[in-house]
Design a protein around this ligand. Structure first.
Ligand code: PHE
Length: 380
């Protein structure tokens, strides 16, 4: 007990010397912003990337003098990729730390857990990457800097009929994930309304290891392609097992596929498959080029993924709104975020619509020779 108490006492002393201890945001010397992210657990690459992007934005702004004459302070909570933790994290950030706003999460299920708490407390929340349409429907204090799955599902449906020329598609959904269920739904609506046939539809639970049962059933149904709206870790295992079963049809999915781990786990089983996502680090816009450079410099040469880019953009949209509101008072800050228009994000131009969603282009990536290669762009 003793050493712990000593550490606390020392930390409290150090903080009070810096003038940080016990200050509610706004009144203190810093502006406190909360972040919740899956830094550990099953989807650790999501949280790590979005956190790094967010941190970079904060460091840049602080180095340039901060905002409203204050430095920004980022308080990050790890939700460990676990249901129940996002609620704990945002409750702590709001009630105990007194943050003026919350950034997070990547995964829709975790954003959906936190959003009602932010809404109830009137603390603006900006999700960098949660695409399920219902996230921002939680209330007028909830925003996102990415497109929704209504748009992504339709783009994937057009891709299936147009590019893959698939007449019949099997759908394999992660029933544990709001993202997966929502994206499956919007895909199916658009695909069937434009004449496609949804063949066999099967479920899995994120974290499962054996998908041979579902894949064998899909194989007998003989679809032209498999739509797999999952996250990278499950997707990689499913593609490996499909290959082992001798299935040669294209498998395609959405942004949840994006992680370097998709390639390191799935290896050659990923070849020729496709997914849609938010941006490509190769898109060559000045904002993206600059971001990729600073990110690599800050994180030992590491190449950013979409979550890193969106984490960065979510933080910069918030900081821009604080500047424009010229206060961190909650209603004024909310209104300033809501009026975000033509903001030059690293991922692209960000304009928030009346539903507090960003209207943005989407890109298709093909996995080719062990690399994510840019395929096409779909505009909203
Ligand atoms: N869009 C996914 C969700 O809503 C999260 C995600 C975003 C995953 C970007 C990867 C890349 O759950």
């Amino acid at each position: 007990m003793k050493p712990t108490r000593l550490i606390f006492a020392t930390a409290a002393f150090a903080l009070s010397m810096l003038g940080l201890a016990g200050c509610k945001s706004g009144g203190g010397n810093t502006i406190k912003v909360g972040e919740f992210a899956s830094l550990t657990g099953k989807e650790a690459t999501f949280g790590t990337s979005s956190h790094e992007g967010t941190l970079l934005a904060f460091e840049e702004v602080n180095a340039a003098g901060g905002v409203l004459g204050k430095q920004l302070e980022l308080l990050t909570e790890d939700d460990q990729t676990k249901a129940g933790e996002p609620a704990n994290a945002v409750n702590k950030l709001i009630s105990k730390d007194g943050v003026v706003s919350i950034l997070g999460e990547v995964a829709s299920s975790r954003s959906l857990e936190a959003a009602p708490i932010c809404q109830q407390n009137k603390i603006p929340m900006i999700s960098p990457a949660s695409t399920n349409p219902t996230v921002t429907q939680e209330g007028d204090y909830v925003f996102r800097v990415c497109f929704t799955d209504t748009f992504q599902g339709a783009a994937l449906a057009n891709f299936a009929s147009g590019t893959l020329k698939a007449h019949k598609v099997a759908v394999l959904t992660d029933v544990k994930s709001d993202y997966s269920k929502g994206l499956a739904k919007s895909f199916k609506e658009k695909y069937t309304s434009s004449g496609g046939v949804v063949g066999i539809e099967l479920d899995f639970n994120g974290g499962d290891k054996d998908f041979k049962g579902q894949l064998t059933a899909i194989k007998s149904d003989a679809p032209d392609a498999i739509f797999l709206p999952g996250y990278y870790n499950d997707v990689a295992l499913i593609c490996i097992q499909a290959k082992q079963l001798g299935m040669n049809i294209p498998i395609f999915g959405g942004d949840g596929w994006e992680s370097e781990s998709l390639l390191s786990i799935g290896k050659e089983a990923m070849e020729g498959h496709y997914f849609s996502t938010h941006c490509s680090p190769d898109q060559g816009t000045p904002e993206m080029v600059r971001f990729v450079e600073s990110y690599k410099k800050r994180f030992s040469g590491k190449f950013p993924d979409a979550m890193a880019v969106l984490g960065y953009d979510s933080a910069r949209v918030l900081i821009d709104a604080i500047k424009r509101a010229n206060t961190t008072e909650s209603a004024a800050l909310r209104a300033a975020i809501a009026s975000t228009k033509d903001f030059s994000g690293a991922s692209g131009k960000i304009t928030l619509n009346a539903n507090r969603d960003a209207m943005k282009a989407l890109v298709f990536i093909r996995i080719n020779a062990g690399k994510f290669t840019y395929h096409t762009t779909v505009n909203p």
